[in-house]
Design a protein around this ligand. Structure first.
Ligand code: ATR
Length: 287
């Protein structure tokens, strides 16, 4: 859709940014809602992040998303940060307030929760302990989502133990016990679990496969992969074969975009089969 001189502006800052799917996502919604607006990729090097963020109000931007590698660094540049994003230690959404102040929040947590709700409607926090593989930025959002959903025990498994310990410390909550386990124990910790989430890059296209033996995992446990290229990872395929409910990673990407879009463009976007098809088509074209 052609934009006018009055178009509302938002975008995504990252480095590099060329592979981001967010412009396609927001572009779909802008078109669907017939909104006079644009959502553009903003290639911002780490040493210019502050300069770029501070320019948003000056340029009339309503805000932006923040992606790799800026999700942590952006926190200290904001004028106000959602307490939740502060605790997680990562943010992905900026809203320019009417006074020109920068407000930071984390919608990855919302994205994970909404995706789980949509693709595994039968899952409950009471289904059992959750196993989370990985301890990077994505793992922080997943752990926060599971903890706020009321999961009583989260078993955190990571190659680098220190990172898992730090995550467990930062996200400690009275309602959730976070235990840390060595990478070598990733099979055993699956026993009696109600959910398994992969937040590592293993299984992603051009990355090594995730080597895991699902035998100890109950067949009722929900298996989530936040990797979405390919959509059906080796983990999800193996889980599906043994009858586990599976949740792919594309939905998290789509749902995390909703709160920002609503704030910047003034309409509540939906995640629909047509949107999923359109996004999958962008992957097909890229490979
Ligand atoms: P993100 O912000 O997307 O989570 P990240 O912070 O780079 O990205 O985290 C990547 C995760 O994948 C980490 O948990 C990483 O483990 P380490 O903390 O030990 O680095 C995990 N990971 C990447 N490659 C791995 C591999 N070959 N084996 C095991 N874990 C791996």
């Amino acid at each position: 859709m052609a934009i006018t001189g009055a178009a509302r502006l938002a975008g995504i800052m990252g480095w590099p940014i060329a592979h981001s799917r967010s412009p396609a996502l927001h572009g779909f919604w802008l078109h669907e809602h017939g909104i006079d607006g644009a959502y553009v990729p903003l290639a911002v090097a780490p040493d210019r992040l502050e300069q770029a963020l501070r320019a948003l109000p000056a340029l009339g931007f309503r805000g932006c998303n923040i992606t790799i590698p800026h999700k942590r660094a952006a926190l200290r540049i904001m004028d106000r940060v959602d307490p939740f994003a502060q605790r997680i230690g990562a943010m992905n959404t900026v809203i320019v307030a009417p006074d020109g102040g920068l407000e930071g929040s984390n919608t990855d947590v919302f994205g994970f929760r909404e995706n789980l709700r949509e693709q595994a409607p039968g899952w409950r926090a009471s289904c059992g302990p959750a196993v989370v593989l990985g301890a990077g930025g994505a793992a922080r959002s997943v752990v926060a989502a599971l903890s706020t959903a009321g999961v009583a025990e989260i078993r955190l498994v990571n190659r680098t133990r220190d990172r898992a310990e730090a995550l467990a410390r930062d996200l400690a909550a009275p309602e959730t016990r976070i235990t840390v386990h060595p990478w070598e124990q990733r099979n055993e910790v699956l026993a009696a679990a109600g959910l398994l989430a992969n937040t590592t890059s293993l299984g992603m296209e051009n990355e090594p496969p995730l080597e895991i033996n699902l035998a100890p995992l109950p067949e009722t446990a929900v298996v989530v992969d936040i990797v979405y290229v390919p959509l059906e990872t080796g983990l999800l395929a193996a889980a599906r074969r043994r009858g586990n409910p599976v949740v792919d990673g594309l939905g998290m990407l789509l749902h995390q975009g909703r709160p920002g879009f609503a704030a910047w463009f003034g309409a509540e976007p939906q995640v629909t089969p047509a949107l999923r098809r359109a996004m999958l088509a962008t992957f097909a074209g890229a490979h």
